[in-house]
Write a protein that binds this ligand. Structure first.
Ligand SMILES: C[S@@+](CC[C@H](N)C(=O)[O-])C[C@H]1O[C@@H](n2cnc3c(N)ncnc32)[C@H](O)[C@@H]1O
Length: 320
């Protein structure tokens, strides 16, 4: 059995395979019986599979049709350090404006500062009532900003927030997560004492949690070949030593920017001459693995189990 490490990396993304990428990759390498191939992740999205492949020292090609998703992932994977603007606070108005513009900051805002992480429609992460408090939290945690810390202390009659006053800007360091979690613990504890809804909301600084996911990708050791393309999966040239992994929009699900033609997709899969592995709920190919993902209830209270499956085109031979 060929061993695969799994550490759940990837950008926050609708339909992300972060939780499953290691298990899927393990199925793939064991089916083809080698790690000696280039994995073509043709519906790359938030890049969970690409990241798992990189982590395991296997060469990989990431492709994604949506230009903004592509732009952010490519940026994160090819830069040593994030620009200061990734650490800033963005108000509702600023985010609404920036998301319409071109450039990587716009792509960043769309993924990090959106409610949920659907990419078809941008809606700001926080409601108007909670936004000023989240801003104070952001300034305290990220910048150690004294004024914000004082305001929080005064608002909740405490001095607990003073721990963030380190007298220096430490926001780019690896301790961002430690500070965010500590902020969550403080607000949770205060909420138990004061029972204030605002404090309950303040326990999570979601934009920082997402930023940390990007930081973890940025810090990945990229020892092997990592290439990128931004196009339709059918336009990507596939070499003979490739193994293809495809995670297309699920049949019948809405929410992505483009409509997806499943008939054309099935035809394309059957025409490939290299191994193809497909993440889907249903597809007309051989199932080689399955995992119950979630149970949903319809309006008729009928229970549906969503079994996330891995399908295969039956080819295991790779030409090196
Ligand atoms: C289910 S998501 C992939 C999620 C990804 N595996 C992850 O873990 O984050 C499907 C992706 O396919 C992209 N997509 C849709 N149509 C495509 C096409 N024709 N060619 C390439 N990518 C496409 C969507 O933009 C979306 O990002």
């Amino acid at each position: 059995m060929l061993k695969i490490k799994s550490s759940k990396l990837g950008m926050p993304y609708q339909g992300s395979k972060r939780a499953l990428s290691g298990q899927i990759l393990s199925k793939i390498v064991n089916k083809v019986g080698t790690r000696d191939f280039v994995l073509y992740d043709l519906f790359g999205g938030g890049g969970a599979m690409t990241a798992a492949v990189v982590e395991n020292g296997i060469p990989v090609h990431y492709n994604e049709l949506d230009p903004k998703t592509y732009e952010l992932f490519e940026y994160v994977m090819t830069h040593e350090e994030f620009p200061d603007e990734f650490y800033k606070w963005y108000s509702h108005e600023e985010a609404d404006e920036l998301v319409k513009q071109d450039g990587v900051l716009s792509s960043f805002i769309r993924i990090v500062w959106s409610f949920g992480n659907g990419v078809s429609k941008f809606s700001y992460l926080y409601g108007t009532d909670i936004e000023p408090f989240k801003k104070l939290g952001h300034y305290a945690v990220v910048f150690g900003d004294k004024q914000s810390i004082d305001k929080l202390n005064r608002q909740f009659s405490t001095d607990a927030f003073s721990v963030f006053d380190t007298g220096e800007n430490t926001y780019k360091g690896r301790d961002l997560k430690v500070r965010r979690l500590s902020f969550g613990q403080i607000t949770k504890k205060l909420n138990l004492e004061l029972n204030e809804t605002v404090l309950q909301h303040l326990q999570g600084l979601e934009q920082l949690n997402r930023l940390e996911h990007l930081q973890r990708l940025e810090q990945l050791n990229r020892r092997k070949q990592l290439t990128f393309s931004n196009g339709d999966y059918r336009t990507i040239e596939i070499p003979d030593n490739a193994v293809i992994y495809v995670d297309p929009p699920y049949r019948g699900t809405a929410g992505y920017a483009q409509e997806f033609d499943t008939k054309a997709f099935d035809k394309w899969v059957s025409e490939q001459t290299v191994p193809v592995f497909i993440s889907e709920y249903n597809a007309p190919f051989e199932v080689i693995w399955g995992k119950v993902k979630a149970e949903t209830f319809s309006h008729t209270a009928k229970r549906t189990k969503n079994v996330e499956k891995l399908f295969w085109n039956g080819i295991s031979k790779i030409d090196n």
